[in-house]
Every structure is written in structure tokens, then in C-alpha cells.
Design a protein around this ligand. Sequence first.
Ligand SMILES: N[C@@H](CCC(=O)N[C@@H](CS)C(=O)NCC(=O)O)C(=O)O
Length: 211
Amino acid sequence: MTYALYYSPSTAAMAPHMLLRELGVEFELRRVDTQKGEHRNEAYTKLNPNGLIPAFEHDGMILWEAAAICTYLCDLHPEAGFAPDVGTKQRGEFYKWMIWLTNTVQPDLIGWFYPDRYVPAENAEQYKMTMLDRLMPRYAILDERLRDRDWLVGDRITAVDLYAFMLSRWTRNMPRRARDLPNLRRLLDRVMARPATQKVYEIEGIAEPFF
Ligand SMILES: N[C@@H](CCC(=O)N[C@@H](CS)C(=O)NCC(=O)O)C(=O)O
């Protein structure tokens, strides 16, 4: 079995990277230099035709979409418990949170980071503020969910917590941040303290602020 993760530091590759380290499996890390535009070159777009990071290879089979990669890895390593068992109610909740994070929270984050892809330059600042106004109630939903629990699904860490951590840290330089919400902050601290997370930060060379 060979796994390879195509990544660039501090991107959507982070949750799959964290999960691979949590699982303790062998994998190759292949850096794509986005500064040089390598994510748009012919070799990379053969792997991910969207020209986006990450991509993942498993014995010649290619996946893209960070949430799909995470869920697939959970399925390949059920013994590690990073997703509840298939067919359980908790698995249903796992899908709910994972899909909501990737199709509701993540697009608004992309809108914040790349307003020029959606509106003319003169409207960019206003568009970013609209994204921020949409994002913060979504982080409040996570915060409320965590009011009386340690993890988003069940009673142990799952891939959904890693994904929520990744998307929360994308707010670290915004005027309002996920870490300002106290229950969510506890989750971020808990995930940050894990050896797998520390290793990812070390290897990706991520400096403060951490989230
Ligand atoms: N929905 C995709 C989004 C991936 C994505 O937006 N990747 C960003 C980095 S965080 C990227 O490659 N950006 C380069 C670009 O847009 O040119 C996923 O979750 O895998």
C-alpha cells in the first residue's frame, strides 16, 4: 500500500496531513510549490484538474477534495476510530458536520481569501465583509455544539474535529476569529496539543499565530 499526499503548507492539505499522522501510516509527502504555480502545471492538473491543493494518491488511484480524502482514509483504517462505524447514527452526524464544513463554511472562506474571483476589484472589501458576516454565525454553530462536549461527534476525536480545526485556523488573521469563541477555542487547544498536529506544524513550517 502506498499513499502520497500532494500538499502546500497551511492549505486545505492540512486536515489530510494531520489525519495521516494521527493514523500513524506510512505516506509520502509531495510538495507542490504554489508560488511557482506548480498547482496549475500540466503534471499537477493531470492529478487534480481543478488546479487546487491537495491531491492524494493511493496505489495509482487519485483523489481530490480534502474532505473526500479524509473520509476515505477513515474508511481504510476503521480500527483507528477517526470516523464512527458505517450505518450508525453517529456516522450520520459525522457526514453532516463534514459536508457542512466543506460545502458551507469552506466556500465562504475562499470568498474571503479570493474576492477578486467573485466580484470586481472595487467591491472586494465589501464582499469580504459579507463573507465574514456569513462565516461568524457558522463558527458560532460549532461553538454551541461544543458547549457541553469535547468533540463534534461522539466522545472521541474524529476527522471532523481535524477539519474544523483547519477551517478555524484560516480565520486567524481576520478581524473576527474562530478562536475568540470559548468552546471552539477549547477544541482548537485540544487538537493543537496533539503530537500529530505538532508534527504537521513542524514539517509544514507553520509559524505563529497557530490558529
Ligand atoms: N474544495 C477543495 C478546495 C481546495 C482549495 O481551495 N485549495 C487551495 C489552497 S487552500 C488552493 O489550492 N488554492 C490555489 C488557488 O486557488 O489557486 C478541497 O477541499 O480540496
